[in-house]
Design a binder for this molecule. Structure first.
Ligand SMILES: [Zn+2]
Length: 360
C-alpha cells in the first residue's frame, strides 16, 4: 500500500465513522464540505493523483473514486435516515388514533336577545308583516330630518349620537364629524323611511336591528342596543287598528290574560303618539319596585305616522295614513328572564349566557 492508498483508506474510515453518529443534517453538511468541498480533505488527496508513479496511478485512481463514491453514498444514506426519523417523530407526535371515539360537535345557541327577536318575527309574520332591514350606518337626514327631527329640534338632545369621523381627521389627530353627516343610527326608524321609499302601499313591515347611542353603560343602558319597529301604511289605517294590533301582539307575547293600556306619549315622528303598557310581569298589578309601584310596565311607544315623515318616504299624506310602533328588545329580554342588569346580557360571559340555551 502506498502512502496515498493508506491516507485514502483513513479518509474513508473517518468519514464513515463520523456519519454513523452525525446527529442532524447540519452535521452531515459540515462533513460534506470538510471532505468533499473545494478545500476538502479528500479533494486534496485527489489532487495528488498526478504525482503518483505511472504504474501505480490506475489503482490509486480507482481507490480514490471508490472512496469518493462511498463517502457520497454514505452522506445521502445518513440524510435519508435522519429525514425519515424526523418524519416518524412528527407522525408519532401527530398520531391520529382511528379507534378513538369521536368528540361531540359543540353547537352554539342563539343569544337571548336574538331569541326574542325571532319570536317577534314569528308573531308579526302571523299578522302579515314582512321584515325590512336598514343599514346601521346612516346619515343625519335619514336618522333625524326625514323623521321630523330638525337640526335645532330640542328633541334631538334625546338622541345622543355617535358620529362617524371625517376621513383622515382621526389620523391627523383632529377627529371631527363627517361633513356628509354620517352617523351610527340611533334608532331603527330610518328603515321606515327606506321601506316607504322602496315599497308600494299597503306596507306592513317590521324593522329589527342594532342601534347605537353615546350612552354611559349602566344596569339599563348600553351604547349598543336592539330595537324592533313596525310600520303600517295604507289608505285607511287608524289609531283603532294600531290599538287592536298591539293588544293582540301583547297577548301573543305574554299570554291571553295580559292586561294592556294606552297613555298619551310624545314622539316627533308620530302624531298623536301613545305609550303602550302591560300589567306588571313581576307583581301582576298591586305594584312593586320593578314597575315603580304603578302595576304597569311600558313596553313600547307608538302613534300615527306624522305627515312630514310620510312625505319624506315619498307618500302623499292626503292619500295615505299609517301607524308605527317601536320597542327595545333588550328591555323585553330582561323582563322575560327576570334579569336585573343589562350588562349581564351584553357581556360575553358564557357561564351566564349558556343558561339560555333553549335548543336553537
Ligand atoms: Zn310590579
Amino acid at each position: 500500500m502506498t502512502t496515498l492508498d493508506q491516507r485514502l483508506d483513513n479518509e474513508r474510515t473517518n468519514a464513515l465513522n463520523f456519519l454513523s453518529t452525525a446527529a442532524d443534517a447540519d452535521a452531515v453538511e459540515a462533513l460534506r464540505v470538510a471532505v468533499l468541498g473545494r478545500n476538502g480533505s479528500l479533494t486534496a488527496l485527489l489532487r495528488e493523483l498526478p504525482s503518483v508513479p505511472a504504474d501505480e496511478r490506475p489503482a490509486a485512481g480507482r481507490l480514490a473514486n471508490e472512496v469518493r463514491g462511498e463517502v457520497e453514498g454514505a452522506i445521502q444514506a445518513r440524510l435519508d435516515e435522519l429525514h425519515s426519523a424526523a418524519m416518524e417523530d412528527l407522525l408519532a407526535a401527530d398520531a391520529l388514533d382511528m379507534t378513538d371515539p369521536g368528540r361531540p360537535v359543540r353547537i352554539g345557541h342563539l343569544h337571548p336577545i336574538m331569541t326574542v327577536e325571532r319570536d317577534f318575527r314569528e308573531i308579526f309574520h302571523s299578522f302579515g308583516f314582512e321584515v325590512f332591514e336598514g343599514p346601521e350606518i346612516e346619515t343625519e337626514w335619514w336618522n333625524f330630518e326625514a323623521l321630523n327631527i330638525a337640526p335645532d329640534h330640542p328633541s334631538r338632545d334625546l338622541w345622543d349620537t355617535l358620529y362617524v369621523a371625517e376621513p383622515g381627521s382621526v389620523e391627523a389627530g383632529e377627529p371631527r364629524p363627517a361633513e356628509d353627516g354620517t352617523i351610527l343610527r340611533t334608532h331603527t326608524s330610518p328603515a321606515q323611511i327606506r321601506a316607504m321609499q322602496a315599497l308600494t302601499p299597503p306596507i306592513r313591515v317590521i324593522t329589527p336591528g342594532r342601534c347605537y347611542r353615546n350612552d354611559a353603560v349602566d344596569a339599563s343602558h348600553n351604547f349598543e342596543f336592539f330595537q324592533v319597529e313596525g310600520l303600517v301604511v295604507d289608505r285607511d289605517t287608524s289609531l283603532a287598528d294600531l290599538k287592536g294590533m298591539l293588544e293582540e301582539f301583547a297577548r301573543a307575547l305574554y299570554g291571553e290574560g295580559t292586561r294592556t293600556r294606552f297613555r298619551p306619549g310624545y314622539y316627533p315622528f308620530t302624531e298623536p303618539s301613545v305609550a303602550f303598557d302591560i300589567g306588571c310581569l313581576v307583581c301582576g298589578g298591586p305594584g312593586c319596585p320593578a314597575c315603580g309601584r304603578s302595576g304597569w310596565m311600558t313596553i313600547l311607544g307608538a302613534g300615527m305616522v306624522h305627515p312630514v315623515v310620510l312625505r319624506a318616504g315619498g307618500l302623499d299624506p292626503d292619500e295615505f295614513q299609517g301607524y308605527a310602533f317601536g320597542m327595545g328588545l333588550d328591555r323585553i329580554t330582561l323582563l322575560r328572564h327576570g334579569i336585573p342588569d343589562l350588562r349581564l346580557l351584553m357581556g360575553a360571559d358564557l357561564r351566564f349566557l349558556e343558561q339560555f340555551n333553549g335548543g336553537r
